[in-house]
Design a protein around this ligand. Structure first.
Ligand code: ADP
Ligand code: ASP
Ligand code: MG
Length: 417
């Protein structure tokens, strides 16, 4: 029988009526003759609440206990969905990450999946004929026997990992939007749904701020060639033809996309912080003295710009770190001040990174230059720039985020229907 993975995010299982709606979607696919593994998130807002409880108990908590707490949201929804399915005559059983099991490493709070027992799941489909309702986000570290979690948004990754393990025909990610858009449709009303997007582009969109899929899920999909379809759980289950082409956005290989645009999408992130080290001696070894200690502290440095200081003799170095690491990065740099030898450390957290993504950029020059001009005309100052083969990112004042995204969305023809 064809196998399908169906993943439902937090808003899709936010309350009992929505869980019943999910059950109806699952029944539709069961009736159409599929073997189904469902992956569920916790109810909307639940994980935030659990994370908050950990922080309130003690700011510096044990990561293993954090996972024990935050993994609990998904236990509730998997049990409730199994009940809702049984209530409409669909045989179903819930499975927690540790029961399946989904093995991970021991990076508590951001664990990586090592393996999922696909053959065992397939055997259970054959023998028991039940829908497997799997708690997303959860894993098991085999050696310690402890529960792990996969990082925020990790249920997407659970779903793609299960799809790869059982060689599913498709992995459907049901969410509160009906696909992947040219940019966040909640911010830009003119954003358009993309029928297809290449793995490489989706990887950039996700890692540069579009939270519609967890980055790791796209990586896994790309490596294992899983067909991922992002679609809406709000559509009426009875209005969908399970044999027709399902509506949504397919994440696929580049070759499957016939009409390739130059720019595919725009992502943005407000979770950035800028650090500027003023008047550093311009001599060999300085960059190592700055970035070495940050790397040792496990702080990811992203955009880096070096320019001549106002005095014309020394240099200024500007770079970005995740906003959550801002205080730690400032401390690390203050501690290595004598080793680096700089005059002043400046910083800002009211910055945003806007990224323009498109495989078409490989073969077009001057794409970024157009953006500099358009933003300049609107009085938006660019603090830092990075480019790579299929994207460029600009750091600007956070207050201009929406204006910048809308400007670039129009500039690259993404507003057009
Ligand atoms: P779920 O709870 O189903 O996992 P998420 O909230 O994690 O859903 O992801 C869906 C959200 O991602 C949408 O509501 C939307 O606001 C946001 N989003 C950001 N960028 C995009 C984009 N380019 N296309 C679609 N949605 C996007
Ligand atoms: N419930 C988890 C979170 O909110 C995992 C997920 O929803 O994907 O991050
Ligand atoms: Mg999500």
């Amino acid at each position: 029988m064809p196998r399908l993975v169906m993943k439902f995010g937090g808003t899709s299982v936010a309350d009992i009526p929505r869980i019943r709606n999910v059950a109806a979607h699952v029944k539709r696919e069961v009736d159409a003759g599929h073997d189904i593994a469902v992956v569920v998130s916790a109810m909307a807002g639940k994980t935030n609440e659990l994370v908050g409880w950990c922080a309130d108990t003690t700011p510096l908590h044990d990561a293993r206990e954090y996972d024990t707490v935050v993994a609990s949201g998904e236990q509730v929804t998997s049990g409730l969905l199994a009940m809702a399915l049984q209530a409409i005559g669909v045989a179903a059983r819930s499975w927690q990450g540790w029961q399946l099991p989904i093995h991970t490493d021991d990076a508590h709070g951001a664990a990586r999946i090592l393996d999922v027992n696909g053959p065992e799941l397939i055997r259970r489909f054959k023998e028991r004929g039940e829908v497997a309702v799997i708690s997303g986000f959860q894993g098991l570290h085999q050696e310690s026997g402890r529960i792990t979690t996969l990082g925020r948004g990790g249920s997407d990754t659970s779903a793609v990992a299960v799809a790869a393990a059982i060689q599913a025909d498709r992995c459907d990610i049901y969410t509160d939007v009906d696909g992947v858009y040219t940019t966040d449709p909640r911010v830009v009303a003119k954003a358009r749904r993309l029928p297809k997007i290449a793995f490489e582009e989706m990887l950039e969109l996700a890692s540069l701020g579009a939270k519609v899929l967890q980055v790791r899920s796209v990586e896994l999909g790309m490596v294992h060639n899983v067909r991922i379809l992002v679609r809406s759980s709000f559509e009426q289950p009875e209005n969908i033809d399970p044999h027709g082409i399902p509506p949504g956005t397919l994440i696929c290989n580049e070759e499957e996309i016939v009409e390739q645009q130059m720019v595919t999408g725009i992502a943005f992130s407000k979770d950035e912080a800028q650090l500027s080290i003023r008047r550093v001696q311009d001599k060999p070894g300085v960059a190592a003295a700055i970035f070495g200690p940050l790397a040792e502290a496990n702080i990811n440095v992203d955009m880096i710009v070096q320019n001549v200081s106002a005095d014309g003799l020394t240099t200024d170095l500007t770079f970005t770190v995740p906003a959550a690491d801002y205080a730690r990065a400032s401390d690390v740099l203050a501690q290595s001040r004598t080793r680096i030898g700089y005059e002043r450390l400046d910083g800002a957290t009211d910055v945003a990174k806007i990224s323009v993504i498109g495989i078409g950029m490989r073969s077009h020059a001057g794409v970024a230059a157009e953006a500099f001009k358009a933003l300049g005309q609107r009085g938006i100052n660019i603090r830092a720039i990075t480019t790579s083969e299929i994207k460029f990112s600009l750091l600007i004042d956070e207050a201009y985020t929406e204006l910048a995204v809308r400007t670039l969305h129009a500039l690259y023809g993404l507003d057009k229907v």
